[in-house]
Every structure is written in C-alpha cells, then in structure tokens.
Design a protein around this ligand. Structure first.
Ligand code: PLP
Length: 398
C-alpha cells in the first residue's frame, strides 16, 4: 500500500534534489568550516552560498541569516535575545494561537522569570485584529511575536500591518514564519519585521536545521554561547549537510514558488470543496480569505478526529487531527478552542496539508474513501445534530 502523505505541516519529504546536494557533505566533504586548512575552508564557501539562497528567498541580506537547529531554537533565540538586550522591559505580546515553541516559552517566562505576557485573541475564523496590538503595546513592551501562518488552520496574519505598528511604537517585532517560508512569497525588504524564524523540515530539507533572520543593527544576544560560529551569534560546529540542504530547498522554493503554489492550491481547493459537498456537517476552520495554499482544516461534526485518522491510516492516508490525546483525555487543540469551535466540531477536526509531491490521483482516493469513513463512524457516535453532548464532555469546551 502506497502512503498518501497529506501531513506536510508536520514535516515534509526531503526533495531528491536537496538530498543530492547534501550527500557529499555527509561523506567525503566532512571538514570543519572553521578549520584553517583548505579542506575545511571549501565547506565555508558552500555555506556562504547556502546563506545566499536563504536570503534570496526572504529578500534580505545574507549577513542577516543565522543558521540554527530548528524552528523552535530560532523562536527561543529571538524572544530571549530581545529580552536580554532590553533588561529594563518586562512585557511580551503574542497571540493565543501560536505554536508551543512560542506559547510554552511565554508561559515559562511568565511563571519563572516574572515577565508579563499579553495574548492577543482571535475571532471565530482565527483572525487577529491589528488594533488589538496597537492597544496592547506598552512603554515596557520588549517584543511582539506573531506567527506569519498558523500551522493548524493555515491562517495568514497581516504581518506587514502588525510589524508596521510595532515599528511605529519602537518595539521589536518577531514572526514565527516556520509554516510560511517556501509556501508564500516573503519580502523582508518591504516588510518591517525585525526577526523571523524558519525551519528546514517544513520546506523539503531534512530535520535538524533552521534559520533566524535578524535585521542589521538590531541589538542581538546569542542563546548558545561558545565558539565563534555564525559571526558569534550561534555557537556550535555547523550542521554543514543540513545547511547545504536548507540552501538548496530555499533555492528550489524561490525558483518554483509561483507554479507550485497554484498547483497545490488547486489540489487543496478541490479536496476541500468536494469533501464539504459530499459530507454533511463538514465545516472549514480558518480564514477563507487569507490562508496558506496547502492547508485545509475541516471539522466533521459528531465524530472523533482520532478515529478518522486511524481509519484513514489503515488506507495509507496520513493527516493530522485537531485534538491531541494527552493523559487519557482528548483535548481539542488550543487553536480551535481560541476560535470557539463548538465541542462536537472541534473534536472531529482533521488537517490536510499538501505539498509539491501530492497528485490528483491521491486527492481522488481521499475523496472516494473519506465520505464512507465518516458515515460509518457516525453510526457509532453517541453525538448527532439532535443529540446533545453529555455534561461531562461539554466541560472540555469551556
Ligand atoms: N512554529 C510553527 C508554526 C511550527 O509549525 C513548528 C513545527 O511544527 C515550529 C514552530 C517548530 O519547528 P521545529 O519543529 O523545527 O522546531
């Protein structure tokens, strides 16, 4: 049975061209780029090229790119750098739909280090109101961190407007663009973002490499202290093969973005609109106007998302659900809760996230299989449009 992989917001397949580019750096080109000898030095040159490819995709200067190990490291570095560079400021602004790489760090900083955090809220389509940011900024705000694209719904946030508000008020603006980079055009020459995080494994490079954009002249404090790698901004011997892979992945994204975006969007739209027309009580979660082209988050009312996933898995279809099984209880995701998605719909939410490798035939297969899966699960479900959720389970939605 072939795998039909529609979980690309979780991670992506390494592109064969990316693998070819990185391979020599895992075998014969193993030198340390910091070495004085030519064997290491030649790797330094390749890292420079990789940095140029990342910068080109983002519309920034190569010197503004710091390679890291992942999106989470980039996020942690950005927030901590802003706080450490401005020790007199104790306030952070973020949103309540961020990835845990930001949310858990903010909760930690609140609890352990006494920072105050404002969590901007979203409406029932998951949209933020930029005026809320304007009102939340204070004299002691050290950093605003708002994601560019939401990993669960694909919602795109008005980063240009949000970053401009922060810039106007003299506050550092960071964006977690882990889900946006490689999927939509980004031009940091035009958008006044101060720091931006990205992660290789979301754009067809391998796991274990990421990058942080830090605008020139922004005061910066490294997270990892040690050697002088990355211009003394991130200690640790470079993950050379990962960096080369990320450079190649960014080059491919720059070259193919327009064509790929419209192809993936067409697949996603066909998948989504046909599912919603064939399956009763199916609703799309997110902002219909401003979404990533590859992501579709659909709630199938009155069924359990985890059960849908298991049934799809038996057919080789990989997707994600909007609930996570933690300590025996199925909690709907914080993103769907922030959007006030009703209990019986939040629990039946499935995220399909496509990539350049998906095909029309795969979409056809899912369209053929899913209506019956939902129909059969609904026969077993204690819930329905005319059966109320029992009180004990209703409590989850509060
Ligand atoms: N931010 C967002 C929006 C993500 O979707 C993810 C990963 O899912 C991360 C950050 C973390 O990235 P990484 O897995 O590279 O640490």
């Amino acid at each position: 049975m072939d795998t039909i992989y529609m979980d690309n917001n979780a991670t992506t397949q390494v592109d064969p061209a990316v693998f070819e580019a990185m391979k020599p750096f895992l075998t014969e080109l193993y030198g340390n780029p910091s070495s004085v000898h030519g064997f290491g030095g030649q790797i330094g040159v390749e890292i420079r090229h990789a940095r140029e490819h990342v910068a080109e995709l983002l519309g920034c200067d190569p010197s503004e790119i710091i390679f890291t190990s992942c999106g989470s490291e980039s996020d942690n570095t950005a927030i901590r750098s802003a706080l450490n560079a401005q020790p007199e400021k104790h306030h952070i602004i973020t949103s309540n739909v961020e990835h845990p790489a930001i949310l858990s760090l903010c909760k930690y900083l609140e609890k352990k280090d006494g920072y105050e955090v404002t969590y901007l809220t979203v409406d029932d389509h998951g949209r933020l109101d930029p005026n809320d940011l304007r009102e939340a900024i204070r004299e002691d705000t050290a950093i605003v961190s708002i994601m560019w694209a939401n990993n669960e719904t694909g919602n795109l946030y008005p980063i240009e407007e949000l970053a401009s508000i922060a810039r106007e008020k003299g506050v550092v603006f960071h964006t977690d663009a882990v889900q946006a980079v490689g999927k939509i055009p980004i031009d940091l020459g035009k958008i006044p973002v101060d720091m931006l995080s990205l992660s290789g494994h979301k754009l067809h490079a391998p796991k274990g490499v990421g990058a942080l954009f830090v605008r020139k002249k922004l005061p910066f404090r490294p997270l990892l202290i040690g050697g002088h790698q990355e211009g003394s901004r991130r200690a640790g011997t470079e993950n050379t093969s990962g960096i080369i892979a990320l450079g190649k992945a960014c080059q491919l994204a720059s070259e193919n973005m327009d064509e790929e975006r419209s192809r993936v969007r067409a697949l996603r739209d066909r998948l989504e609109s046909t599912l919603v027309s064939r399956i009763p009580d199916a609703k799309i979660n997110g902002d219909p106007e401003n979404r990533l082209p590859n992501t579709s988050n659909i709630s199938f009312g009155y069924v359990e998302g985890e059960a849908i996933l298991l049934m799809m898995d038996q057919l080789g279809i990989c997707a994600s659900s909007g609930s996570a099984c933690t300590s025996g209880s199925l909690e709907p995701s914080h993103v769907l809760r922030a959007m006030d998605v009703p209990f019986t719909f939040a629990h039946g939410s499935i995220r399909f996230s496509l990539s350049r490798f998906n095909t029309d035939q795969e979409v056809d297969f899912v369209l053929d299989m899913l209506p019956d899966i939902i129909k059969n699960l609904r026969k077993l479900s204690p819930f329905s449009a005319d059966k109320e959720a029992p009180a004990c389970t209703k409590a989850f939605s509060e």
